[in-house]
Design a protein around this ligand. Sequence first.
Ligand code: ARG
Length: 496
Amino acid sequence: MNVYCSPDCYLERSDWWKAVSADDRCSLTIIESYETGVKTMKLWAGRFSKEIDKKTNDFNSSISFDSRMYREDIQGSIAHAIMIGECGIIDKSESEAIVSGLEKILADIDSGKLVIDPNAEDIHTFIEGELTQRLGQTGKRLHTARSRNDQVAVDIRLYLKKEVRNIQKMVKELIAVICSKAEQYSTAVMPGYTHLQRAQPITFGHHLMAYAEMLLRDLHRLECAFDHMDEMPLGSGALATTTYPIDRTITASILGFAGISQNSLDGVSDRDFCMELASVLSIIMVHLSRFSEEMIMWCSWEFKFVELDDAFSTGSSIMPQKKNPDIAELVRGKSGRVFGDLMTLLTVMKGIALAYNKDMQEDKEAIFDAVDTVKMCLTAFTPMLDTMRVIPENMRKAAANGFINATDCADYLVKKGLPFRDAYKATGTLVALCIEKGTTLEELPIDEYKKICDVFDEGVYEAISLENCVNGRNVLGGPAAENVKAQAERVKKIIE
Ligand code: ARG
């Protein structure tokens, strides 16, 4: 069982508590667990006469997942310490001591010299406790005019802003690979599909560039999410700001925020920027998942449009011939996690009264998982795509079957003056005839064409040649080689 230890008891047992003078103990309480012998600092001493139950402490704690924000927490605290120093809320000398104390803590965590205590309640408590251990009385002045509610609100924004930039960089790398493959295969004719049925001829480059466009919009969506989290909430306090004469513009400018939150309740109690980011990440995962599904299909013997590099495929434990596209499958599968994270965030937030509620501590695992998953997927997907071997011959073979030039055959008749519906019907009859004879439109003799419609002449073969069908579609957005090259050029400029 855990019991509250009196000051005398912890004075004897704790080394680090020695730094704190006797009269400070009333506001910071060191509690040592009889079970674990672990000493932790509690922030709410005074009001409480008992230590929190051990299992409850574990349940309440977020240190296992928020310690990754230690850098942002220290960054936020440094800015806050400078600001309260400059505003004369604490002595300049104490502000400076706090800043250099925090810098040392940061360096010590970075170097591994200081290990984050897994028994601390959260990263904010740990850093403040460590600072107090090192600086004593002065350390305890850091939390003047601040609450953990605005502290966590600034930490998570700083952390996610950094991650949005990382993800944007990774998305750009993927887009760059797509563009270079698209340029390389701008003339590789393949069937375009609807309903997974061969539909009309396109080029592989054109197909790839569709994903580049989706990812470009994802980049823009990430930028919007960034802008929405670029508001500095420090100064909101617990919920109602503070009576100290703080200057929020100082902290905002030190921390590099574009704006300052304009309502203190909103500043500490919305996590819409997490939901927005999770939505954007979910959309990215939808795009990666569809792309993965196509890669999986294209790798199959039924298609064999591409072959993955050995370094990005796996074998089977029993079937020696197998080469499996596990990475693409995992990316497709992991999309579910990210959608789940979004659902977690929406559900956590939907029913809580303003302002902060502890429910909101659940935001971190969800949004961190979404961020980690997307980064992991991009890390694997981009080089997989970059190193794949494209097999244009197989694409061309697939394009030769399935009558994907039937629309062009009908269009040929229309250009000769037939109404489209009549042309459509004549071509449909020709396709049925080809199927019956086991041939293709390209191979069907001109006499057979003429029997069905006397408008046909030898020119039809040129009109239905797949290369002409593709290159004739040179309107803006089309699959013609010149268009694909122009699309890739445009996209490359945008991501530069
Ligand atoms: N660990 C908490 C969180 O992640 C920090 C905020 C605590 N604030 C509070 N009033 N208990 O949300």
